[in-house]
Design a binder for this molecule. Structure first.
Ligand SMILES: Nc1ncnc2c1ncn2[C@@H]1O[C@H](COP(=O)(O)OP(=O)(O)OP(=O)(O)O)[C@@H](O)[C@H]1O
Ligand SMILES: [Mg+2]
Length: 264
């Protein structure tokens, strides 16, 4: 097993419940994300939240981001602070962008919120645009972009802001295979860019999510109980499946993907 320890709690979900009228959507959601420390390395955290369509992933995503209040329970980050809107970088399923600003203008606004990049704004925008194959798109308006391009702009926007937590809802949908590899590589790069950086990825794409994560949380229903809860937590580090290139061909990886499918 890769040498590492889990130390301080970075995020804790305590007894989250969500109902609309009489319909229970989420029930007793409890989990905690700890800082992973690898000797001699800077290592962030990558957690995947997997579940079938309509189970409540986006609802939990909004609660995690502080944009929606749960019916009960709480999300706390960094030493017990209740999460608030703006604490996390959020990349929505529908890639919301300011339609009246060019890509460059939107990215400029984002980078200005990050004190660490002061004086390097233009350089960083151009670097990310090149990494995400958007060099030719900086002067365009969002309606002139494809769905996949909008998504990449949305990701860069949040990366430039520099929050410790990045929440991504379905970041792999609508990407062709070449861009998918590029985006997963970049997310991995982001996850090692800072010891405290934590990515929470909400996805149906089990293969890609497992390949880039250290932990998988499965959101699903249990027999006889209304509402979705965390049915299983899989520690990919303990299974020696985290932080490895070409993991998808390994037997243990294939078995883990099957195990997740059977749990949905
Ligand atoms: N404002 C609302 N009022 C009532 N029910 C809602 C509301 N918003 C969402 N729901 C219900 O909550 C459930 C979970 O929806 P959610 O969008 O979280 O699913 P999801 O897991 O993200 O699905 P997908 O993978 O298709 O994006 C659905 O049954 C949906 O109908
Ligand atoms: Mg969703």
């Amino acid at each position: 097993m890769t040498d590492c320890i889990k130390t301080s709690v970075l995020l804790e979900a305590k007894n989250i419940q969500l109902s609309y009228d009489d319909k229970i959507i989420l029930r007793n959601i409890n989990f905690c994300i700890k800082d992973i420390v690898r000797p001699g390395m800077q290592q962030g955290q990558v957690v995947s939240l997997i579940g079938r369509s309509g189970i409540g992933k986006t609802q939990l995503f909004k609660i995690l981001s502080g944009l929606q209040k749960p019916s009960a329970g709480s999300i706390t980050i960094n030493d017990n602070k209740t999460v608030q809107a703006g604490d996390m970088g959020v990349i929505f399923q529908n890639y919301y962008l300011f339609e009246w600003r060019t890509v460059y203008q939107s990215l400029s606004l984002a980078v200005k919120q990050n004190a660490l990049l002061k004086g390097k704004e233009k350089e960083m925008i151009e670097k990310y645009a090149a990494d995400f194959q958007l060099n030719g798109e900086l002067q365009k308006y969002p309606q002139q972009l494809s769905g996949g391009q909008r998504q990449r702009v949305s990701i860069i926007q949040q990366l430039l802001k520099g929050s410790d937590f990045l929440l991504l809802d379905e970041p792999f949908s609508g990407l062709d295979i070449c861009v998918l590899d590029k985006v997963t590589d970049l997310l991995l790069q982001v996850s090692v860019s800072d010891e405290k950086k934590t990515l929470i990825i909400v996805s149906h794409d089990i293969n890609t999510s497992v390949a880039i994560s250290d932990t998988v949380l499965i959101l699903g229903e249990e027999p006889g109980k209304a509402g979705a809860t965390i049915k299983k937590e899989i520690d990919l580090i303990a299974r020696d499946l985290a932080w490895k290139k070409d993991i998808k061909k390994e037997r243990a990886f294939i078995e883990t993907v099957e195990e997740i499918k059977n749990c949905l």
